[in-house]
Design a protein around this ligand. Sequence first.
Ligand SMILES: Cc1ncc(COP(=O)(O)O)c(C=O)c1O
Length: 392
Amino acid sequence: MMLDSVRGLLTPSGRSDVPPFMVMDVMAHAARIEAAGGRVIHMEVGQPAAPAPQTARAAARAALDVGDVGYTEALGIPALRARIAQHYTDAYGVTVPFERIVATTGSSAGFILAFLALFEPGDRVAIANPGYPPYRHILTALGCEPVMIDISADTGWALTPDALLAAHRRTPLKGVLVASPANPTGTMMRPDALKALIVAAEGAGIRFISDEIYHGLDYAFPAATAAQFSDNVTIINSFSKYFCMTGWRVGWMVMPDALVRPVERLQQNLSISVPTLSQIAAAAAFDGRDEMDGVKHGYEENRKILVAGLPQAGIDTFLPVDGAFYLYADVSRFTDDSFAFAHQMLDEAGVAATSGIDFDPVRGKHFIRFSYARSADDMREAVERIGRWLQR
Ligand SMILES: Cc1ncc(COP(=O)(O)O)c(C=O)c1O
């Protein structure tokens, strides 16, 4: 029998009680099938199959040979910050001073730094529903309150100024976070819609965070950066997706001037600095854009295969497939339980996808998310397997 005093030592904090990421369960199940000799087409994981650009790997290798891998400045190595500033000029024609750029350990660490620098415990922060689950889980762990605002076809699958201001009138918001292209929807906001939302938020005193991690993977139209519309927004980005560097754990933020020093102090204390080899590799990744554009063309091909093939296979209702590498499909014709549906599709068709309930606890039971970050052959085979399975 455990003594009460010992039990007290072992009780986890309330704030650590965040839900697991259910896609991990699908991955584990797929791994079991593969271990037993089965073949699985992986469309559950939101990560590129391709490696980091050659330029990045060569730079990391060279730095490793020299061996001088110490801490860096908390805000990041100057060469990386300067290269990111240059990227804003090259990609969007906008000037972002190098001083406002902060290297982070993936965008995941960017969220923690940004939320700590921007919000107090108890602050309410609006996010789109469906959305990337860690937004709400990180906010909750930090004592903030995520306010999920439903998006739908009626609102162009994005937060609108009307919806944001209506939520703000009900109970005041301190912040809002949007992503375009978005996960899990794969939808994008038109530049004028992004601008209107920023103007509305700032007009109401709501701090604006733009998660631009899927920039570079835009197919419907070129993505706009929030930096084009305001110097007071926080932008979070990463080398994980376009640059195929998930495991390197490196990203960046663009902060409003006044918040750079607070973020620097936080980073000094929380992690000292971002992994050095990853920063060196990331700076060189910008020279590998041709290679990465080749990977992006592969995704475009995959997107075409799915957009044409899934309706023939029987899945004919999905959101606009604008960007990132996600297709969010409505499977309400087949099920009221997309979690069970995804499991069955994995067991019987050998295609792994993610249930929408990870992203939208209520309406997600009618949706599944396909990731199309792998090969065109995989996409063709997936369409064929799903077709045979649904017509069984
Ligand atoms: C919308 C979105 N933001 C952020 C992340 C976190 O990525 P990372 O920490 O690798 O930069 C992901 C990962 O899937 C994502 O989908």
